[in-house]
Design a protein around this ligand. Structure first.
Ligand code: THR
Ligand code: THR
Lengths: 163, 163
């Protein structure tokens, strides 16, 4: 399969939050994002991977300005849904590879993760859709990540949008 | 913000796999998806949320035909990267809400999760991008999920693509 990777985007105005040990039952994700929405907190990336022993973790990103408000809301969320705890990191960036059929080609994800690994960049979070693979990395590594992805996928620097 | 939700898509040819307790250091995600790619296993959704105590979980979905091959590869992956274990479920479906500015509007995610909660549908995995929110649910609930999302977002049934 040919790869149609068309560009790289990145956003440094990102803070990540993770809520651990929420009960894995219907309605929990609704409660969490309803409470964040009621405070008008814009959430960007949301990821939840598989459950273990009836509990799950949900992570998401917000704009750095919303971090304080989001942390106050999380304290309430934990009491309402009965979670085990939370973590946050205000110094992260989202770096995304964009193109058609991104995930259907098994080599694209490995190439992206490999390019970051070559620069010793740790991947904090991952979310994919059919046209995009997004990674959360340390804020200080964003520019390096963008540069090595351009090189790895032979893209013009000009194709990069900062958002 | 107005919502530009344009449609619902779903795919029942989905199996999910989760690798638990991988070391959270550069190069691990690369190794996992390189090993899957070398066996030519098409991976669809990939999600990894926040790390805890230096370890992380990575979940992904494959086509049901690839599940057996993927499970054999995971056994090898666990030995190579030193993971704690894995889980899989061959009876899942991916249901996605598609539209512009999906995640920037805090209400959209809550409305989607709420519509599924109203039908007692548990959300196994979540991944978002700016134009799509995807949920993994039990295979037997896919049609109900699609129906209630059309209703909740006032969409025409005709707008639904099965892929
Ligand atoms: C953990 C959370 O996503 C839960 N499974 C729900 O459906 O709301
Ligand atoms: C867990 C895994 O994603 C690791 N953080 C990596 O960068 O490869």
């Amino acid at each position: 399969k040919s790869m149609f990777v068309t560009g790289v985007t990145y956003n440094k105005n990102v803070a990540k939050l993770g809520i651990f040990g929420v009960p894995d039952q219907p309605g929990i994700a609704y409660l969490i994002f309803k409470m964040l929405g009621d405070k008008n907190i814009n959430v960007d990336m949301i990821v939840q991977s598989s459950m273990r022993e009836g509990i799950n973790d949900i992570s998401f990103t917000v704009a750095q300005d919303d971090l304080r408000k989001a942390l106050e809301t999380i304290e309430e969320i934990i009491k309402v849904v009965g979670a085990k705890g939370y973590t946050h990191d205000p110094h992260v960036a989202m770096v995304s590879l964009v193109g058609a059929g991104m995930t259907s080609n098994p080599g694209v994800a490995a190439m992206m993760f490999g390019a970051l690994a070559d620069e010793d960049i740790n991947i904090d979070m991952i979310a994919t859709s059919d046209i995009k693979i997004s990674c959360i990395v340390n804020n200080s590594k964003a520019e390096t990540a963008v540069k090595v992805l351009h090189k790895k996928f032979n893209l013009e620097e000009a194709g990069c949008n900062k958002n």
